[in-house]
Design a protein around this ligand. Structure first.
Ligand code: ZN
Length: 731
């Protein structure tokens, strides 16, 4: 009792007044609430609310609500300007702008690799909105270009991906948080100004220096990520391991890294000030200035990416308050910094990096600023301080990892315990020392970089070993979304962009039909959409996996799913052949029958009929009109279905009039990618479906579509329907 009293009084007098200050929270609420509204300018509705609050006597809170609402409304208007109207999808446009990222190589199935980079536009795209930044995809044979170059280019304009599925963070949130508002595939490109500016030139020099070093490419990729913020340099398999172990945040320059550099250099500077210049002891707070400058230089090396800008805001605030001698508690500082960031970079809150940065910087700054209170004895002991930072990082990062990445490995605790000290005490200091030597002496082949590369290579090896030995029980899955009643049958056509993945569930049975695409670069659709959906539904094993045919847009996630979940039985690619007439399941009113096989190519796709009582659903794979005719001749009335998962993503080679006449669907679900290059679904197919009065769902527009069958009919729910937050809508 007596021991807890000082803690309580400390919380009461130091922390509570700041956290509970109503006006700051009114501002935060007025900024964030409009993100839940269906109208972009919804924030303006809060202005009258603020005026009412003022009228009722809450003067300060009223002003804050007005200002917050106006700011949110302003950002909503900007968002509306950034949108690319649907009539501009895939139309050819000319744009001009500056390359603001490194050029990244994109492997292709055939021919030379392509390249991708981010272009900051100078002005609007005539008739197609005012996106500020575009992700550019170009063939390599167009003129050579570098970060900092001014370009003019022509190409096909596309919106950012709009994938949205239960259990996964919507793709729109990721792209908005990164500040990229569209994509363009280049047909013609000209470099207008090949000048790159001093900062870009320095970054290019360092990137070339690192790329020119001998040794393991994977560890050089890690160094490039830690020195220049170039996450794309890390191998895809390494990223997969980092994500599984919950340590990916450690390899993206963010609040954690800048905070570590700031705190480390601050600590060192104070020691230097004290021993080299005893008179300076009275001004030792000035040690914070070179520390903040070093953090600024590190952010510059990372190209002032958005996460580093946010971390800088917090560091500058911490430095200024320290210099002014304000006794500002960490919580207060954090809230003010978070408000500043949200007001100036509003959509940052939709990305994981904002939250991870805020928490990491807050922990580091709060512990570094410990001067009073019950934890003050820790102040003088750097080992205890280090342990406290680790403990707080673990405790606070765990829920964030669970929310943003859907799972947390218990191994993450051990991995973080090793990785964070390894990074802060060894890898980052060595990498930055090597960078300094390269900048000053133009000697990339220096000992510091060699040692850093050696350490990175050992670290990667350790991570590989730990990852291989993590047992399944050590994975905590997100319980933020409780699974629905597992006994009710449910079918979901997942929004896996251009491709197909369907999950059927009944009682303890889980059937997965196709696994979506696996692009040559980046995550597979199985990792992005299918596995998070299964996780959300509480699925721990797949009873039956059917791959309709081996095309990549259907079978791309085969290996990943098999890696993550036990699969009791496989049909199609990598399993038994589909045999027409085979009954795969027949129990509790549910029947699953194969209508077409063997599943070797489009026309021989495994076609399934799923029956629940009188309700019937037909999964048509990628069959063509010719095979549709054969199915009708063989199965006659038995092809009739209430819901048709339309063949071949709505291609005009399928879904013939005669097939629709026999199937008689009430609803048709098309799985296609937003503004895909094949032009799926074909307008003629949509016309034929409409002719028969079929209700059409397209995953590209609706997000994941779920079917909840009852014995005679079904309820079909599209994710993107009703009043959804405006930023999740499509033009
Ligand atoms: Zn396909």
């Amino acid at each position: 009792m007596t021991a807890s009293m000082p803690i309580l009084s400390w919380v009461n007098h130091r922390i509570a007044p700041d956290i509970c200050h109503s006006s700051r929270f009114a501002f935060l609420a007025a900024l964030l609430l409009p993100l839940c509204l269906p109208w972009p300018q919804g924030g303006l509705l809060l202005v009258p609310v603020g005026l009412c609050l003022r009228w009722l006597g809450a003067e300060r809170a009223g002003v804050y609500v007005c200002v917050g609402g106006l700011l949110a409304g302003y950002w909503g208007c900007l968002w509306a300007d950034w949108q690319i109207p649907s009539e501009c999808y895939r139309s050819e446009v000319a744009v001009a702008g500056q390359v603001v990222s490194f050029i990244r190589e994109l492997p292709r199935p055939s021919g030379p690799p392509g390249q991708s980079f981010i272009l900051e536009l100078q002005g609007a795209v005539p008739g197609c909105g005012s996106p500020r930044r575009l992700a550019v995809f170009a063939a390599k044979d167009t003129p050579d270009r570098k970060t900092g170059n001014l370009l003019t280019l022509r190409g096909r304009l596309r919106p950012p991906p709009g994938q949205w599925s239960p259990g996964a963070i919507p793709e729109q949130a990721r792209w908005l948080a990164r500040g990229v508002h569209g994509r363009i595939s280049v047909t013609d490109l000209q470099v207008v100004d090949a000048g790159v500016g001093p900062l870009s030139a320095l970054r290019l020099r360092l990137a070339q220096g690192l790329a020119g070093l001998d040794g393991n490419r994977r560890s050089l990729g890690v160094l490039q990520a830690l020195v220049l913020g170039e996450g794309g340099a890390i191998a895809r398999t390494d990223w997969q391991r980092f994500r599984r172990l919950g340590i990916s945040h450690a390899f993206v320059i963010s609040g954690l890294h800048l905070g570590l550099v700031f705190i480390g250099s601050w600590w060192l500077n104070r020691r230097l000030f004290l021993c080299c210049c005893p008179l300076a002891a009275v001004h030792r707070d000035w040690a914070v200035v070179p520390a903040a400058l070093l953090a600024f230089a590190y952010a510059a090396l990372a190209g002032f990416s958005l996460p580093t800008q946010r971390a800088l805001v917090m560091i500058v605030l911490a430095a200024v308050t320290r210099l002014l001698g304000w006794k500002t508690p960490g919580a207060h500082l954090l809230l003010v910094a978070a408000l500043l960031i949200i007001a100036t970079d509003y959509y940052a809150v939709l990305g994981s990096s904002f939250w991870l940065s805020v928490v990491a910087t807050a922990v580091l700054l709060s512990v570094a600023a410990l001067r009073a209170g019950p934890l003050s004895p820790i102040n003088s002991n750097w080992l205890l301080k280090g342990l406290l930072i680790q403990l707080l990082l673990l405790l606070l990062m765990a829920p964030l990892n669970l929310f943003w990445f859907g799972q947390l490995s218990l191994a993450a605790i051990i991995a973080n315990l090793v990785i964070v000290p390894l990074l802060s005490l060894l890898l980052i200091p060595l990498a930055l020392l090597g960078t300094l030597i390269t900048v000053l002496a133009d000697a990339p082949d220096n000992a510091a970089w060699s040692m850093a590369q050696y350490a990175a290579s050992w670290g990667l090896r350790g991570i590989e070993i730990v990852d291989r030995r993590v047992p399944d029980w050590a994975i905590i899955r997100s319980s933020l979304t409780a699974p629905a009643n597992a006994d009710d049958p449910v079918l979901a056509v997942l929004d896996v962009a251009q491709g197909l993945a369907v999950v059927m569930q009944h009682s303890d049975q889980v059937w997965v039909y196709d696994t979506g695409d696996a692009p040559l670069q980046g995550r597979t659709q199985a990792e992005k959409i299918l596995l998070p959906y299964l996780r959300k539904r509480g699925v721990r094993a797949v009873s039956l996996q059917i791959i309709s045919h081996p095309d990549r847009d259907h079978a791309g996630g085969l290996g990943i799913v098999a890696d993550r979940l036990p699969i009791a039985r496989r049909l199609g690619s990598g399993g038994e052949s589909c045999r027409a007439g085979q009954v795969l399941y027949d129990r509790d009113q549910v029947t699953l029958t194969v209508l077409n096989g063997p599943g070797l190519d489009n026309s021989s796709s495994c076609v399934l009929m799923w029956r629940y009582g009188q309700f019937r659903l037909l999964l048509a794979g990628d069959i063509d009109a010719h095979r549709e005719r054969e199915l009708i001749q063989y199965w006659r009335e038995q092809v009739q279905a209430d819901v048709l998962v339309v063949a071949h993503h709505g291609s005009n080679t399928s879904t013939s009039r005669s097939f629709l006449k026999w199937v008689k669907p009430g609803a048709g679900i098309i799985s296609s990618g937003l503004a895909n290059r094949f032009g799926h679904p074909h307008p003629a197919v949509l016309g034929r479906l409409r002719e028969r009065g079929v209700e059409i769902f397209n995953t590209a527009l609706s997000g994941t579509v779920r079917v909840f069958p009852e014995s005679e009919s079904a309820e079909i729910i599209a994710l993107r329907s009703g009043n959804i937050p405006y930023w999740l809508g499509l033009p």
